[in-house]
Design a protein. Structure first.
Length: 625
């Protein structure tokens, strides 16, 4: 047994090295066992429960997005990204297709896939602990050709704690304590198995494309479980979620330690791209939040009510009404439903549905900063034209189906406006612009920056340039259909694509269909107006986005955007200062909301339905409600 478990069976005859490896293996198993102990100690304490929940969400999500996903992309290519998306969103589609009351079965299947992913990852952890120098003699560049007493072994030990916590946090309430114990045993056994087979053969398997794609699929399933498993906790008594922030800080510290102890060229490049985009975006975002605050305070409320005229005039009123609102793609859906049920003209409401997420002030200023003023103006003009067309052509023919009144969140009526002092206007503008507006968009912006950073290292400029512009436009428009991103969040991603050769018209098409269309929007339109209206809406959006994209290609030159690879020393003092202020504003938003509600602005289902993963008794409100 000793020869099986120790690297000496593969030619290393150093007792101290063997002992260190065995101690590291034992340590990884002990750290895994600490998870249930911590959960048992804090489950009945609200602050500790909230902190641990934030720790699990950030630590597990970070390990997957910062380490597992980049490594899977590096070995599996774009298929690994598709697999992760399938693992993350596939369960939502499957659960929606089930009959009411049967989603728990689908939830159990998803959890089973996630557990399989944990076991597979544990086996690779064992490989890291039991790996020897023989791999380096066979030409493997897997970053594991050093003693496990080094940095890699430290990374394995560090990330075992959130794994153990997550298992005992999620499984007992869904599948029972016995299954949770069995899962811990399975992960421990997988680690030992990987340790025993931690030679060249398993190293080759770990580097294979098939395993990378499979690991990405299972990682997506794990993300789905973590983001959709709410914990029943009592309502907070204060206005700040300090416990949640402490859990987040602890998770970030673990992630930083793992990153430092397990360096990766891909992760380092993605981090540099993220920082560079953040430095470029910060001044525009701060200005945008300030402008949004003043517009909210100074413009009158109820801009869709009143007025006469035909569908085109009503659509124009809907476009104007949506301009100053900081409502992203997810928040506009329940707002549209409420407007229609309360009698707003369909043409105005439908134009409002498209214009509001497309015409964000923050998105305009961010686009101007990243891609230039001409492109930003073209984007705003194209979005306004598309919203007018949809409101005029689709809205005038749409009828409202009889729908029972539902409890749908709607903006609270604004108090009657009175003359206010300049100081009062400034105070209210700052409170809204750097309060509610930030709460609605911060997570989306971070997501957009993260996507741009992760995708940039894998973009091939020569390949994009070789695709005809009209085909680029069509593919980009179709790519945006399933995406569920806000206008600000999608901007850095589009800028990355343009920098690597995507035509400006294709970028416009992507930026039009992404915020305007998604499965939830089509479902809502079908419920309110019928399937014919929903199909007509989708066709018009696609055709309109392609047509506007082709027109932009004919009128606008490609913005001169250099591929972002490093923030370097070129960052100005202004950019650094603005980024510091923006980070503080986002941190305050995180403290105000709590980690899970902050993340769930983008990470949970938009319909507010349970997905069979044991949600809390009173889960946080969905995105932008």
């Amino acid at each position: 047994m000793w020869r099986i478990l120790s690297p000496s069976a593969r030619g290393i005859h150093r007792p101290r090295a063997i002992m260190r490896r065995m101690l590291m293996l034992a340590g990884s198993l002990l750290v895994l066992a600490l998870g249930p102990i911590l959960v048992a100690r804090v489950r009945n304490l609200r602050p500790a429960t909230v902190a641990l929940d934030a720790f699990v969400v950030v630590a597990i999500g970070g390990l997957i997005l910062i380490h597992i996903l980049p490594e899977s992309l590096d070995r599996g290519g774009w298929a690994a990204l598709a697999a992760l998306v399938a693992g993350l969103f596939g369960p939502l589609l499957a659960e929606r297709g089930l009959r009411p009351g049967t989603t728990s079965g689908a939830g159990r299947i998803v959890i089973g896939l996630a557990l399989a992913g944990l076991a597979a990852h544990a086996m690779i952890d064992g490989l890291a602990l039991g790996h020897d120098h023989a791999a380096s003699h066979h030409g493997h560049d897997h970053a594991h050709d050093h003693e496990p007493t080094g940095l890699l072994a430290l990374a394995v030990l560090l990330h075992r704690l959130p794994v153990g916590i997550a298992i005992w946090w999620l499984i007992p309430r869904t599948l029972g304590v016995r299954v949770a114990i069995g899962t811990l045993v399975l992960i421990a056994a997988s680690t030992v198995f990987g340790f025993a087979l931690g030679g060249v053969a398993l190293d080759e398997a770990a580097g294979s494309q098939g395993l990378a794609i499979f690991q990405a699929l299972l990682a997506g399933s794990l993300l789905h479980v973590v983001f959709h498993s709410h914990l029943p906790v009592r309502e907070r008594s204060g206005s700040w979620e300090l416990a949640s922030a402490m859990g987040t800080i602890a998770a970030i510290a673990i992630l930083a330690a793992v990153s430092a102890s397990h360096p990766s060229a891909v992760v380092s490049q993605a981090g540099a791209v993220f920082l560079a985009f953040a430095l470029q975006s910060a001044p525009a975002l701060l200005a945008a939040y300030l402008v949004v605050g003043f517009i909210h305070v100074l413009l009158p409320a109820k801009r869709l009510e009143g007025g006469t005229g035909g569908p085109l005039r009503q659509a124009a009123r809907g476009v104007i009404a949506g301009l100053p609102l900081p409502v992203c793609s997810c928040g506009i859906v329940p707002l549209y439903r409420e407007l229609v049920l309360k009698g707003a003209p369909v043409a105005a409401a439908m134009a409002f549905l498209i214009a509001t997420p497309e015409l964000e002030i923050a998105a305009f200023l961010l686009t101007m900063q990243l891609m230039g003023t001409p492109f930003a103006v073209a984007r705003i003009a194209a979005a306004a034209v598309l919203a007018l067309l949809a409101g005029w052509l689709v809205g005038r023919a749409a009828t409202v189906k009889p729908v029972a009144s539902a409890d749908v969140g709607a903006p609270e009526p604004e108090p009657q406006r009175t003359r206010r002092s300049p100081a009062g206007v400034l105070r209210d503008a700052l409170r809204f612009g750097f309060g509610e507006a930030v709460d609605h968009t911060a997570a989306w912006i971070l997501l957009g920056l993260g996507i741009a950073a992760l995708v940039s290292p894998y973009l091939d400029k020569d390949w994009l340039i070789g695709v005809p512009p009209i085909l680029q436009v069509a593919c980009a428009a179709l790519l945006g259909l399933p995406l569920y991103v806000c206008a600000s969040g999608s901007t850095p991603f589009a800028a990355s694509l343009v920098a690597y050769g995507l035509s400006p018209g294709a970028a416009i098409a992507l930026l039009l269909t992404g915020p305007a269309t998604n499965v939830t929007t089509f479902g809502l339109l079908s419920d309110l107006h019928g399937s014919k209206t929903a199909i007509t809406f989708g066709v018009l959006i696609i055709v309109g986005a392609i047509g506007l994209g082709v027109a932009v290609d004919g009128l606008l030159e490609t913005p001169d955007i250099a591929p972002v690879t490093n923030a370097g020393h070129a960052a100005s003092t202004l950019a650094i200062g603005c980024l510091s202020v923006l980070a503080l504003v986002f941190l305050v938003s995180l403290l105000r909301q709590g980690t899970r509600p902050f993340i769930e602005r983008v990470a949970v289902s938009r319909d507010g339905h349970d997905h069979g993963h044991d949600h809390a008794d009173s889960p946080p409100p969905p995105c932008c409600d």
